[in-house]
Design a protein around this ligand. Structure first.
Ligand SMILES: *Cc1c(COP(=O)(O)O)cnc(C)c1O
Length: 227
């Protein structure tokens, strides 16, 4: 018999709670984003029927087709790379944007959020490993955006996000998650922003991310199955 979505969700929540307990954190400090990319609206509706309320997508175009078919009070996060020319479309669809990686994009999001009259939490994607093929700001480039954040009225820089280089061994991601938290602590003091959110951890490494301070974990495969 195949495992139901509810079984996978229960198992995932138990592992999240255990990771919180190991780290001496309260379970409600970490929120689950169900990453529904490549899965159709019927999968989102089934997950919503099990009580999942927060979903993540990585492409604006896919979300434009899917969201209208997913009724109910769901919250949608864009977790993938966003080109600045799609900022307005993204703001119309999503409640939070996780991978802001340029000042131009941040400013476009501010204008679009202002036009919609919508408060928009955003996260800065930091390339902590320095791996050249990845999206994300280098730690040296982020302060320019953090300095600009204070003047924004609608886009609110709420924290940081990272995607470590892929490795099947979760422990190898630990140093990157820890580095993101250290950068957050440093920048929080330097720029006087709360930077409360750390979006880090996916299906294979979310437990390590929680131990290192994640507040958002982005889980696709462990909930919906292989893509
Ligand atoms: C696909 C994706 C995830 C989820 O990955 P899984 O390994 O399936 O859990 C998380 N974050 C981002 C940015 C993604 O694109």
């Amino acid at each position: 018999m195949t495992e139901s979505f509810q079984d996978r969700l229960d198992g995932l929540r138990a592992r999240m709670a255990a990771a919180c307990a190991r780290a001496g954190r309260a379970p409600d400090e970490v929120q689950l984003i169900a990453i529904s990319k490549t899965f159709g609206a019927e999968h989102v509706r089934a997950a919503a029927a099990c009580g999942v309320r927060i979903f993540g997508e990585n492409k604006v175009q896919e979300a434009e087709a899917k969201l209208p078919a997913c009724p109910g009070r769901l919250s949608w996060h864009l977790v993938g790379h966003l080109q600045s020319n799609k900022a307005a479309r993204a703001v119309a669809l999503f409640d939070q944007i996780h991978a802001v990686d340029s000042l131009k994009l941040l400013q476009r999001l501010e204008s679009a959020a202002k036009a919609e009259g919508k408060r928009l939490p955003v996260l800065l994607e930091i390339n902590v490993s320095g791996e050249s093929s990845k999206f994300g700001l280098s730690p040296a480039a982020a302060p320019e955006l953090l300095a600009a954040a204070d003047a924004l009225e609608y886009a609110q820089v709420a924290g940081l996000m990272t995607m470590p280089p892929f490795t099947p061994e979760a422990e190898k991601a630990r140093m990157h998650f820890r580095r993101l938290r250290e950068l957050r602590d440093e920048w929080r003091a330097q720029f006087g922003l709360p930077l409360a959110e750390l979006s880090m951890g996916m299906s294979h490494d979310f437990e390590v991310a929680i131990e290192e301070g994640a507040t958002w974990v982005r889980i696709g495969t462990a909930l919906f199955g292989e893509r």
